[in-house]
Design a protein. Structure first.
Ligand SMILES: NC(=O)c1ccc[n+]([C@@H]2O[C@H](COP(=O)([O-])OP(=O)(O)OC[C@H]3O[C@@H](n4cnc5c(N)ncnc54)[C@H](OP(=O)(O)O)[C@@H]3O)[C@@H](O)[C@H]2O)c1
Length: 342
């Protein structure tokens, strides 16, 4: 058996912690070992928030603290609190792959600092500043097999891109998508204040996350075009943060190139879920968002919500656990990519 790939996490917030948990619960567990975490917060709080999570529940393992380490089921993970990549001894820690979950490094210059500091490869939990700032952008199940193993900076795209690209890809290949409009209803994130507070660049993000639906900017249209260039210029998007802790939805309106019915769309989605059960799911039960908390799929198509307006304009609704689904895809991409270079 191969020796486990040595992983590090930079930024132990929602996605960093979900990534560690997802690995802990995953059948891929023995293929990886998390050896380091870099996070500004103190170790006591990191251990506490590993044990107790308001969204995903109590951790199913033993969480202890060593000297400058978090100890999970007896395995020590070195913890640093550096604010720059250069301050962490990545090479001495023997890190093979760093999962960048702080979201603070987007441009190639910023990301290069990790490589210069001794990190062999980075997997980003975000799209990076642009396609040109990374070596590849991957949505698992769509283009992960295009990885060659020679890349050093790979983006796992966004949670919304992971949810909607598989659906748009299927729709486009079956019916032709002439135009598509995507409205994301996204649970709150840590870049919003609990009650009104200052934000340095976005007036709307000054508003209480728990009191309002808050429209925010989104790069989803560009994210879709990066993965499906055949849809360039045909996609627009809008995002609204809603006051729930987790699980998001996308309301997709599209104009098809041929006549279609709700039954055609649902049959296509059901067949896709049967072919790719690890990341696509389909349901026609009467759902509310909380049903998908801790759901590992990239996307769950809600067949009961599929509608037609005329012969070619259709509306499809999908759900996704923006934290857990995405964290599981980080794992899948890390596993595939690592398999190419072992
Ligand atoms: N949450 C989601 O649903 C979701 C889904 C997919 C992708 N993403 C993306 O994943 C990234 C992280 O999102 P998140 O929701 O996990 O955010 P988060 O909860 O705010 O976590 C980010 C963590 O990184 C820490 N950090 C800040 N600067 C750092 C640095 N220089 N080095 C190391 N750690 C640093 C933060 O500490 P401080 O709080 O002290 O700054 C925080 O603990 C973002 O790019 C986001 O867009 C998020």
């Amino acid at each position: 058996m191969n020796t486990p790939l040595r992983l590090a996490i930079n930024g132990y917030g929602r996605i960093g912690r979900c990534f560690l948990r997802a690995l802990h619960e995953s059948p891929l567990k023995n293929r990886f070992r998390i050896v380091a975490i870099n996070e500004p917060a103190d170790l006591d709080t990191m251990a506490y928030l590993t044990r107790f999570d308001s969204t995903h529940g109590v951790f199913h393992g033993k969480v202890e603290q060593g000297e400058d380490s978090l100890v999970i089921d007896g395995q020590a993970i070195a913890v640093t609190h550096a604010s720059t990549p250069e301050e962490v001894p990545w090479q001495a820690l023997g890190v093979d792959l760093l999962v960048e979950c702080s979201g603070r490094y987007g441009t190639r210059d910023q990301l290069q600092r990790f490589l210069d500091a001794g990190v062999p490869r980075l997997l980003l939990s975000h799209p990076g500043a642009s396609a040109a700032d990374v070596d590849a952008t991957v949505v698992y199940g769509i283009n992960h097999e295009s990885l060659a193993g020679t890349e050093r900076l790979v983006s796992n795209a966004s949670c919304t891109t992971n949810a909607i690209v598989p659906v748009l890809d299927l729709l486009h290949r079956s019916f032709g998508v002439e135009q598509a409009f995507l409205t994301t209803l996204h649970s709150v994130m840590n870049d919003q204040p609990l009650i009104d507070g200052y934000h340095n660049s976005d007036l709307r993000r000054t508003r209480s996350a728990m009191q309002s639906f808050v429209p925010v900017s989104t790069g989803l249209a560009k994210g879709v075009e990066r993965l499906l260039p055949e849809l360039s210029g045909r996609v627009q998007a809008k995002a609204i943060r809603v006051p729930t802790l987790n699980v998001s939805a996308i309301d997709l309106m599209f104009q098809a190139g041929s006549d279609l019915s709700a039954e055609d769309i649902n049959a296509l989605m059901q067949a896709a879920a049967q072919r790719a059960p690890d990341f696509i799911a389909y349901s026609d039960q009467p759902h509310a968002s909380v049903d998908f908390n801790h759901d590992p799929h990239s996307v769950i198509i809600d067949g009961g919500q599929t509608r037609l307006c005329g012969p070619r304009m259709a509306n499809v609704m999908v759900w996704f656990d923006n934290e857990w689904g995405f964290a599981n895809r980080l794992l899948d991409v890390a596993d595939y990519w690592a398999g190419l270079v072992r």
